[in-house]
Structure formats: C-alpha cells, structure tokens
Write a protein that binds this ligand. Structure first.
Ligand code: ITT
Length: 190
C-alpha cells in the first residue's frame, strides 16, 4: 500500500519517513502539492488539508500540521509558527522571552496528522513538552524552533540532538506513532 505525505518542508518529510520506516506493507512517498491552509487550529488545518488532497489525487494521503506554543505568551506563535519563524525568528522569540525565567519558559510542540482515504478523514495528535532555552543552541540538526527548545528530561535542545534522537520523543513521532498503530490494525483486519 502506498501512502502519500504531502508537505513542502523537507525536514518534516525526512523525519516522517524515518518514523514510519518500519511499518511493514506501507510505502511512504512525499508529494509537494500545496493545499489551502485555512486559518484555524492545527486540527482544522490538518482535516481540511487531508480531505482537499484526497479529492484531488484520490489516493491515501496525509498531511501533518505542527506548531510551537509558548505558555506564558498564551500559545504564541502556535498557528503562526511558520510566519513568525520567517519574520522575527528565534532571536525575536528569545527577545520576547527576556524577562521570563525557569518555569515561565515552558513551551511545547504539537503535531496533528490528518489522513484521508476512501473511508474518510482521521486525525492523530502528538505533543512534546519542554522549555525555551536562554540562547540559540545548535549542532546543526533539526530546523526552525529546534535550536531554542529543550524537551523535558534533557539538557540539550532538539537542534543539539541527532534526527534519530529527536525522532524518539518528538511531537511528530508521537502523532505518527498513533497513525502507525491505526494503519497496522487496518492492514491486519480482513
Ligand atoms: P507544510 O505545511 O508544507 O508541511 P510547514 O513548514 O508549513 O510545511 P507546518 O505548518 O506543520 O509546516 O509547521 C509550521 C511551522 O512550525 C514550521 O514551519 C516550523 O517553523 C515550526 N515547526 C514545526 N515542526 C517543527 C519541528 O519539529 N521543529 C522545529 N520547528 C517546527
């Protein structure tokens, strides 16, 4: 069975392929067909995107919509993560966080996978909690907010971990793991 992963972000595709690699009987293929990103929650964007793409290509397809949420900033940048990363970037975020210390730096990544096939659309979610670092720290891994995010139980940022290490605990891993369980059940039921 072939399933398409629609994304324009090569980092997300690489991580997704790595996480889904061991799923027997399923081949994942990336496609870059843009879909309208409705203004709304990650769930709304993922559901709309998956349905839209399925009506276009008529093949099993999933999208993954994610965002970075800083608690003290009431969830900012959240649904605006891409825009904020491309405008003020990590330096801008660290500036906004200057007066906040310790627990006030709590943040999380959330991922919502929207999968659509002939049976309709299904959503799968994953969250990883942690803190915003005090400075940008990277060993060249990851992308976007990875160099300012330290997951719980770690001293390193995501950008200081290899992609394999990040993909053991990431929001994307957690959402795709749920998706994987769903696909395994579907493939094994007659
Ligand atoms: P597609 O919609 O084409 O898949 P995108 O880059 O727009 O790619 P999202 O809307 O899902 O992806 O994600 C919004 C932004 O959130 C993304 O551009 C990054 O800035 C940030 N982001 C998402 N996942 C991340 C991760 O694992 N590490 C760091 N930043 C991430």
């Amino acid at each position: 069975m072939k399933i398409y992963f629609a994304t324009g972000n090569p980092h997300k595709l690489k991580e997704g392929e790595m996480i889904l690699r061991d799923l027997k009987g399923v081949k994942i293929e990336g496609i870059n067909i843009p879909y309208p990103e409705v203004q709304g929650t990650l769930e709304e964007v993922a559901e709309f995107g998956a349905k839209y793409l399925y009506t276009r290509i008529k093949k099993p397809v999933f999208v993954e919509d994610s965002g970075f949420f800083i608690e003290v900033l009431k969830g900012f940048p959240g649904s605006y993560s891409r825009y904020v990363q491309e405008t003020i970037g990590n330096r801008g975020i660290l500036k906004l966080m200057e007066d906040f210390k310790g627990e006030e730096r709590r943040a999380y990544f959330k991922s919502v996978v929207g999968y659509c096939d002939e049976d309709g659309v299904k959503l799968f979610k994953g969250v990883v909690r942690g803190k915003v670092s005090y400075e940008i720290r990277s060993k060249g891994y990851g992308f976007a907010y990875d160099s300012i995010f330290i997951p719980e139980g770690e001293d390193r940022t995501f950008a200081e971990m290899t992609t394999v290490e990040k993909s053991r605990i990431s929001h994307r891993k957690r959402a795709l793991e749920e998706f994987k369980e769903y696909l395994k059940k579907r493939l094994s039921s007659p």
